[in-house]
Write a new protein. Structure first.
Length: 143
């Protein structure tokens, strides 16, 4: 696996996707491209830069070669466009686990990607707080 595209927006579910995507890239000696999609004019560029800076810092700690793209528009379409332009082998995205009703009402980037993308998509779910142990946190290379 040469290239993994990881969607991030700075949310807790995206942080888990970043951690898992970097762990996979490190194990496979792959490269990573982070994608941040600015969805509104009010989505401050300084926030997107801070989110990307955090992800890039985690990549450095994990010793994974990484770059990034900040795009304006729909998150799903931004991720697909970046994945296509880099000929990515895999897309990694977090899942908020909103459930069927909330997912329909508020949309779901992960669901959209799985439905519309022609490449493999890994949807990483945020573990419940009760499921996370100190040993889980300790073994995370980017934690």
């Amino acid at each position: 696996m040469k290239r993994i595209v990881i969607a991030t927006d700075g949310s807790p579910d995206a942080a888990v996707a970043v951690a898992q995507g970097l762990e996979l890239a490190a194990a496979l000696q792959g490269r990573v491209t982070f994608v941040y999609a600015r969805t509104t004019v009010a989505d401050d560029i300084s926030r997107s830069r801070a989110v990307i800076a955090d992800a890039m810092g985690r990549a450095t700690i994990a010793r994974v070669d990484a770059d990034y793209e900040i795009r304006d528009g729909s998150p799903g379409e931004a991720v697909v466009t970046v994945a296509d332009s880099h000929d990515a082998d895999l897309i990694v995205v977090g899942s908020r686990g909103l459930g069927a009703v909330q997912g329909v009402l508020f949309g779901s980037v992960s669901r959209w990607l799985v439905t519309h993308c022609d490449r493999p998509v890994l949807v990483v779910k945020v573990p419940k707080a009760a499921d996370v142990t100190a040993s889980d946190a300790a073994r995370s290379p980017v934690g």
